[in-house]
Design a binder for this molecule. Structure first.
Ligand code: AGP
Length: 614
């Protein structure tokens, strides 16, 4: 994942910046760079590979200056090579920019700039930001005005820091959306820091300001001024970070679960970054390299996991079967280990696990190994057993998940499974390069779609408040979103202790419909997917039995607006990615109910984050 560090003060900037990058190394990256300002000149060093390659480069060609910015990059637009590493500069080297996120309208902006005669030196989306600011400054605007104008032109979730030789005593930073955070550190004696994450600056200061989405700041040696993107000043709130780093990481959120729900745009961006190239459609998992021959030789995939992780496999099955035409069987890991499953050398056993230490999941992997299968895993915790014993793995890249109720470690593997399904389909000749490019292109909008749902959190909170005393409810879904219903129900029951049953909607008529009445709310997951019409008739049936209906539906769906009592709206998204977006309102719904009931959201009774016993 990308990391950002910035410094302005009276000490040499480079050691501070490189040290800050080291503190962010754990998040992963494929190239790194640093830019400093000296005597009216911006100097840059950028290198593909590990940070030590950059450090060696800086040792060979030293940089000096007391203002600078630095970055670790995961590639999204353009391969991980020196010229695509950040910081990016304008041709006169008067501006440098580092950036986390995806500029969704990058192609349109690049074409516009190229038609004006701008030449691009990299393949990145970031470079458009440099040229946009440059264009406004050349038109006579100040750095702040030029940056504001440029930022307002960007679509997507982005975090940015800008350095300018023309206005050398300031850094401009901004946070657009939730995909990249920005924290400003207030040091002593005229020193200020900027970073994407707290660990990068905590050794220098514990007095920090977190930028909210849609805010930008001007950081000078004297302090920081914060503005909205419309230029309205915002009061600067300085928080003193406690010494307990875990508590510090909670930031302004009341619970880790809420923080982790809101971290999803960023987690999803990090999931995508480094794996796909939006320009070519190529997908690569460095820890799960696959040849066409290998992909073609797979006769079946057994997906196995527990709880929330198991629900990801239900989505994975639909995706892999549709896109790659490989038969997929899903089985709860605690069953798989004792089921004497039919597994042989031509098959893959794919385990999904946040912790990578879940006893049942590990036992299922051992069962698969013994029977000669190839073992794959999708895991969050680096170095965990599920990662180590696998023949190949995909790391979730969502950062630590503290709350027992899993949220970002649900949506990220959904995207991993989507990318894996697309890649398997491509390698098996089921998907053309053009189709792959189109499927990959959709991924760049995923963080933004989740962001849109999060922006409606307060409306979901109000519905949660209204329903907080219910004792039972059904979550219904079909097809690819059957898993969304299961997962929504699991979220509610595990943290609110309300009995919630996730059910395939088509099965209701075979028994459970007898339970429906005005005291049994139905939460219907009904986005615009191929199962929409079928779901609609289930909603009608629930309504006709008096059950209150809360729907998760696509914006503009008037039929649902008329039918349901409450609607959690989600943006229109391709159906194969709809589970990633449709679960988010249900995570928030569960969270707000538990929080309103005053329960211990992050540590629910009887549960552990990692279940390492049978
Ligand atoms: C869900 O919120 C739970 N935390 C639980 O179902 C969890 O997903 C399950 O125990 C599996 O854990 P793992 O992903 O660490 O293997």
């Amino acid at each position: 994942m990308c990391g950002i560090v910035g410094y302005i003060g009276h000490r040499p900037a480079v050691p501070i910046l490189l040290n800050g990058l080291k503190r962010l190394e754990y998040r992963g990256y494929d190239s790194a760079g640093v830019a400093v300002l000296r005597n009216g000149q911006i100097e840059v060093r950028r290198k593909a590979g590990k940070l030590r390659v950059l450090i060696e480069e800086v040792a060979r060609n030293p940089l000096e200056g007391m203002v600078g910015i630095a970055h670790t990059r995961w590639a999204t637009h353009g391969e991980p090579i020196d010229r695509n590493a950040h910081p990016h500069v304008n041709p006169h080297r008067t501006l440098a920019v580092v950036h986390n996120g995806i500029v969704e309208n990058f192609l349109a902006l690049r074409e516009e700039l190229e038609s004006e005669g701008v030449t691009f030196a990299s393949d990145t989306d970031t470079e458009v930001i440099v040229h946009l600011i440059d264009r406004h400054m050349q038109a006579g605007r100040s750095l702040v005005e030029a940056a504001r104008e440029a930022l307002r032109m960007l679509k997507g979730s982005n975090a940015i820091v800008v350095l300018s030789a023309q206005e050398p005593d300031k850094l401009i930073t901004a946070r657009l959306g939730n995909a990249g955070g920005i924290v400003i550190g207030h040091g002593e004696d005229g020193e200020m820091f900027v970073a994407s994450d707290l660990p990068a600056i905590l050794e220098h200061t514990r007095r920090v300001t977190f930028l909210e989405p849609g805010q930008m700041a001007v950081v000078t040696r004297e302090g920081a001024q914060v503005f909205t993107l419309e230029g309205e000043p915002v009061a600067v709130e300085i928080t003193t970070v406690p010494w307990d780093i875990t508590a510090a990481e909670k930031g302004p959120y009341k619970h880790f679960m809420l923080k982790e729900i809101f971290e999803q745009p960023r987690a999803l961006m990090d999931t995508i970054a480094g794996r796909v190239d939006f320009r070519t459609g190529e997908i690569a998992f460095s820890t799960l390299p696959l040849t066409s021959e290998q992909a073609r030789s797979i006769s079946k995939i057994h997906m196995t996991a527990c709880g929330t992780a198991y629900h990801t496999t239900l989505v994975g099955k639909v995706l892999v079967e549709r896109l790659a035409r490989i038969p997929v069987e899903t089985m709860i890991a605690s069953e798989f280990r004792y089921a004497d499953p039919i597994v042989d050398e031509s098959m893959v056993v794919l385990a999904v696990s946040q912790s990578g230490e879940t006893a049942d999941t590990l036992a299922a992997m051992h069962e698969g190994k013994q029977k000669g299968a190839t073992l794959w895993s999708i895991v969050n915790v680096i170095g965990s057993q599920a990662m180590r014993i696998a023949d190949g793995y995909i790391s979730m890249q969502v950062g630590p998940e503290i709350s027992v109720a899993s949220t970002k470690a649900y949506t990220a593997p959904l995207v991993d499974l989507y990318m894996l399904a697309v890649q398997l389909g491509f390698l098996r000749g089921r998907i053309t390069p053009e189709e792959r490019l189109e499927l990959v292109e959709h991924l760049q909008y995923v963080p933004g779609w989740v962001e849109q749902v999060l922006s409606r959190a307060e409306a979901i909170h109000q519905v949660a408040f209204k329903y907080r005393h219910m004792r039972h409810c059904f979550y219904l879904g079909r097809g690819i979103n059957m898993a969304t219903a299961y997962e929504g129900a699991l979220k509610l029951k595990e943290i609110s202790y309300i009995h919630a049953e996730g059910y395939p909607a088509g099965e209701m008529k075979h028994g459970p419909i007898a339970l429906l009445d005005e005291d049994m709310p139905v939460i219907a997951v009904i986005p615009q997917d191929p199962w929409y019409e079928k779901m609609l008739s289930q909603v009608e049936q629930a309504k006709s039995r008096g059950a209150p209906v809360i729907a998760v539906a696509t914006e503009g769906d008037e039929r649902i607006a008329d039918l349901a009592d409450e609607v959690f709206w989600i943006p229109k998204v391709p159906w194969m990615l709809s589970p990633v977006v449709a679960i988010v309102p249900l995570q928030l719904f569960a969270y707000y109910i538990a929080a309103e009931l005053g329960l211990d959201v992050d540590q629910p009774r009887n549960l552990a984050k990692s279940v390492t016993v049978e």
